[in-house]
Design a binder for this molecule. Structure first.
Ligand code: ATP
Length: 894
């Protein structure tokens, strides 16, 4: 049936063979077989074939292929085949690494597949969204992404933003009644909710009418929230560097070719030399190793509970200068406990045994505010019938704390609902900072509610005290409504301040008995203020150390919270953000222009009572003043700020689907310390990438050096293309991989963040890697000069000596460049390094001595003495780098 929106709900349930209780598990299983999983085909992922093809269309590879073709043309078939074989090998290596990295990212993203609340057999269950089948009844609320195409059965002030489908960014109010017109455009189907659209307000239920590719979103096959495996800034730069080197290679090769021809040398020989130079310059293994280092890095971050959704984040994390964090749940434990209730004339302390009350009057007002707090509440607390005394609590910790406080006076929502059910609601949102529920008296009410007449409707409002205060005109004192005089105002404000200063989270409560002529759209007005509740939410124990670590690492922790400035400041002080954290409130922010906000943002440690829009302005101000910002967010409206931040961080446990989709990183444990851990890993990864690139480029310079200078000493071509490709494979590929996985340098979190504007490699780095490269080249060339015998040009021992010496020198170079946190010879700090070093040495020896390989690569088996000499010559580079260790260490780290 196409027109789901025109049929009645009963007809719909019949058509889909479902009921208000939902499907049975058995039926759901059958339907899953019939309709398949609720997934969209991943259009944005590259097909394996495309990844493979891309490997062979890189400029560097094209040059090699051209070289192979020309070699074949010149009758050098072995060379041609061998070059092609190595091109294929690198191509496939690159392919497997990229394919693996891409799959790993996809797998990581599977971990954030939203769960949905589904009614099956009359019980509400949480399931991964891809297990939905047509006929399933789904419940959802603000912050959820609609998981399939649904016809709405219930709508409580439901608003859905359908930009993903219609481009319309204004949220649409949803209804449940059947529509009369056929063929309505998507945007006008007010009783439907479509996959990929976002619930911005209210809550609702719907019956699934289409899943997966059968949904409207599936039809346009437009994957929302597709996670790009986009290249990191460093990868982009390396791509450019690769092209530049390829160009340098071609030019150098052309010059050598031309010079040789002019000297009257055989052009076939010169051509081969030119091809070799080009091969020597091109760092074939670089892109693949960088990709895999980043992928391994994101796995390491995952072990520390930071799930990376966008690969560039791995790199950007290393240069974060400010971490803006929510308070509740990220810096604090989100374990709320009501400790105090402040009523106009009494303050009641809550101890473990319950509230301390001294007279009956207080008891009655206390019970009234507790009733308001359990009624105006979306959490649930169920007493477990089998296991008397144990409770099952579901919902937001602020709200569950209120239910627990109510339970201490035997006030339960389910009891009150018997005669005082909820008939309407105005949901919470972090802009208004309050919510209201409307109840109707339908029978006997408890004593403390006796002033509510039967059939009367009452609105209860709870929220940030200032927000509730702003819609109240009277106060509830001794069971009567008295006008809100200046005196009362002052009394309540002072109580709020007194509690907030102790780091207590304060909520205000108010109510009003509705009149017949009350308009549904404007219920939160002329309320009567009942009192305040105060709850503590202890800071997370580990966060204090993480904050200290942050500060030592030159990163400024900043708190951005919706809570009261004093509560926020007290928590910030307890966590030692600053001895006296500079606090700015949302109201102050709104009055400020861009410039003043920018200068203010340099010193502010706490922003309180902010709205999601303020968050966006804060990120912007920080970024404009040169910061790299990590920003946490969990709510529906946080996504613009998360997208704007350099690293948008969503909460894995409490975050909404929308926030997770907008984020670059998800904290699986909602913990501030995890951000700091991820930054640390980010720094390690960046250091390792730099380490590897320096290593690899220095090696290439060494090879080119020998190639260019050998002819001056009478030697023809210093290294054959095949020998060069083999060396590059061993050094860039294997050793590079080992270097990319080295552990952290000492003190990596005791120095300032890397300036993202600074190039990955400084002039000094180039100077240093150039020097190392030239030394390697010079050592290899010396070997060649010693072993070259002009009388006997067919003895290629000199060439094998170059080959062996460069290989060994690079093993020593890699060993000397390992993390300075441990000895270069330690076997176990990075076992992968130990394995690659051992394999490189063994392979290098094997290729020289094995009958097939030695003839294939044109090598001569060296006598043991000469092999040792080449090893000893190679070790010179180790001594030089180690002697220069201090300077080297410094520049490797920065
Ligand atoms: P953070 O931004 O650090 O997570 P927060 O929870 O205080 O802190 P919001 O969720 O934006 O931030 O809430 C803003 C304010 O709204 C809170 O300080 C509180 O006063 C009030 N509030 C929070 N939850 C509720 C709720 N369920 N009902 C009514 N008011 C609430």
């Amino acid at each position: 049936m196409e027109s789901w929106y025109t049929s009645t709900i009963d007809a719909l349930l019949g058509e889909l063979n479902s009921s208000a209780k939902g499907l049975s598990e058995e039926e759901a299983r059958l339907r899953m077989q019939k309709y398949g999983a609720n997934k969209l085909a991943d259009k944005k992922r590259r097909s394996p074939f495309k990844i493979l093809l891309q490997q062979f269309t890189e400029v560097m590879v094209l040059i090699l292929i051209a070289a192979a073709v020309l070699s074949a043309f010149l009758g050098k078939t072995t060379e041609a085949i061998a070059i092609l074989a190595i091109v294929l090998l690198f191509g496939f290596l690159g392919f497997f690494q990229e394919y693996r990295a891409e799959n790993a990212m996809a797998a990581l993203n599977q971990m954030v597949v939203p769960t949905v609340r589904v009614r099956r057999n009359g019980v509400v269950r949480e399931l991964p969204a891809n297990e939905l089948v047509p006929g399933d009844i789904v419940e959802f609320e603000a912050g959820n992404v609609i998981p399939a195409d649904l016809r709405l059965l219930e709508s409580f002030n439901l608003k859905i933003q359908e930009a993903a489908l219609t481009g319309e960014s204004e949220p649409i109010e949803k209804i449940t009644e059947p529509l009369t017109k056929e063929d309505l455009p998507l945007g006008d189907r007010l009783n439907m909710a479509y996959m990929g659209t976002i619930v911005t307000y209210g809550r609702g239920t719907g019956i699934t009418v289409a899943t997966g590719m059968a949904t409207e979103l599936g039809k346009i096959a437009n994957l929302i929230g597709a996670v790009g495996t986009s290249k990191t800034p460093l990868q982009e730069k390396l791509g450019k560097l690769g092209k530049l080197l390829a160009l340098v290679g071609i030019i150098a090769a052309a010059i050598i070719f031309a010079a040789g021809i002019m000297q009257g040398k055989a052009w076939t020989d010169m051509f081969l030399t030119a091809v070799s130079v080009a091969v020597a310059v091109i760092p074939e293994g670089l892109p693949a190793v960088v990709t895999i280092t980043l992928a391994i890095g994101s796995q390491r971050m995952l072990k520390r509970n930071a799930l990376i959704r966008k690969l560039p984040a791995v790199e950007t994390l290393g240069s974060v200068t400010v971490i803006c964090s929510d308070k509740t749940g990220t810096l604090t434990q989100n374990k709320m406990t009501v400790t105090v209730v402040d009523l106009p004339e009494h303050t009641v302390e809550f101890k473990e045994t319950g509230p301390e009350i001294d007279n009956a009057q207080t008891a009655s007002t206390l019970d009234f505010i507790l009733a308001a707090s359990v009624l105006c509440n979306d959490a649930t607390l169920e007493l477990d019938a089998d296991n008397a005394g144990s409770e099952k609590i579901l919902g937001d910790p602020t709200e569950t704390a209120l239910l627990v406080a109510g339970a201490q006076r035997n006030i339960y929502k389910q009891d009150l609902y018997q005669t005082f059910p909820r008939i309407n609601e105005i949901p919470f949102d972090s802009d208004r900072k309050r919510m209201s529920t409307i109840h109707q008296a339908t029978g006997n009410l408890p004593d403390y509610l006796r002033f509510v007449q039967n059939t009367s409707q009452v609105v209860f409002t709870k929220g940030a005290p200032d927000s509730v205060f702003s819609v109240s005109d009277s106060v509830w004192v001794n069971n009567t409504r008295v006008p809100m005089t200046e005196e009362w105002k002052e009394r309540i404000k002072q109580a709020n301040i007194r509690l907030a200063q102790q780091g207590i989270r304060v909520l205000g409560f108010a109510f009003r008995i509705l009149n017949e002529d009350d308009n549904d759209a404007d219920l939160e007005k002329e309320l009567t203020f009942i009192g305040l509740t105060g709850m503590i939410d202890p800071p997370r124990l580990e966060v204090k150390a993480a904050v200290a670590k942050c500060k030592a690492a030159g990163i400024r922790p900043v708190m951005i919270t919706g809570d009261h400035p004093l509560t926020a400041a007290a928590i910030a002080a307890a966590l030692e953000f600053d001895s006296q954290p500079e606090t700015v409130s949302g109201t102050m922010l709104q009055k400020m222009d861009e410039n003043s906000l920018q200068s203010l943002s340099a010193k502010t440690a706490v922003y309180a009572r902010v709205s999601p829009e303020d968050k966006l302005r804060i990120v912007d101000a920080l970024q404009k003043t040169g910061n790299v910002v990590a920003m946490t967010g969990d709510g529906v409206n946080d996504s613009p700020a998360l997208k704007q931040a350099d690293i948008g961080v969503a909460m894995g446990i409490t975050g909404t689907d929308v926030a997770k989709e907008a984020a670059d990183m998800v904290l699986l444990d909602d913990n501030f310390s995890t951000i700091v851990a991820a930054v640390e890993e980010g720094r390690v990864i960046f250091t390792n990438l730099r380490r590897f690139i320096k290593f690899s480029l220095a090696g290439n310079i060494g090879k080119v050096f020998v190639m260019l200078l050998a002819p001056f000493f009478g030697m023809t071509i210093a290294l054959q293309p095949l020998q060069l490709l083999w060396l590059n494979l061993l050094t860039d590929g294997l050793l590079g991989l080992g270097l990319g996985t080295e552990p952290a340098e000492e003190g990596i979190m005791q120095r300032p963040p890397r300036d993202p504007k600074k190039e990955a490699l400084s002039k000094k780095d180039f100077l240093q890697l150039g020097t190392v490269g030239i030394i390697i080249g010079a050592i290899a060339l010396s070997m060649a000069i010693i072993y070259y015998d002009p009388q006997n040009p067919n003895d290629l021992t000199w060439q094998t000596m170059i080959f062996a010496t460069i290989g060994f020198a690079q093993v020593f170079q890699a060993t000397a460049m390992r993390s300075f946190a441990h000895s270069p010879f330690s076997l176990f700090t990075n076992p992968l390094m130990t394995i690659v070093v051992a394999s490189t040495v063994l392979l290098q020896i094997a290729v020289i001595y094995l009958p097939f390989t030695k003839s294939f690569f044109g090598l001569v088996p060296l006598p043991a003495k000469d092999l040792l000499i080449s090893l000893a010559a190679g070790s010179i580079i180790f001594i030089i780098i180690t002697l220069d260790r201090r300077r080297y260490r410094h520049s490797t780290q920065n």
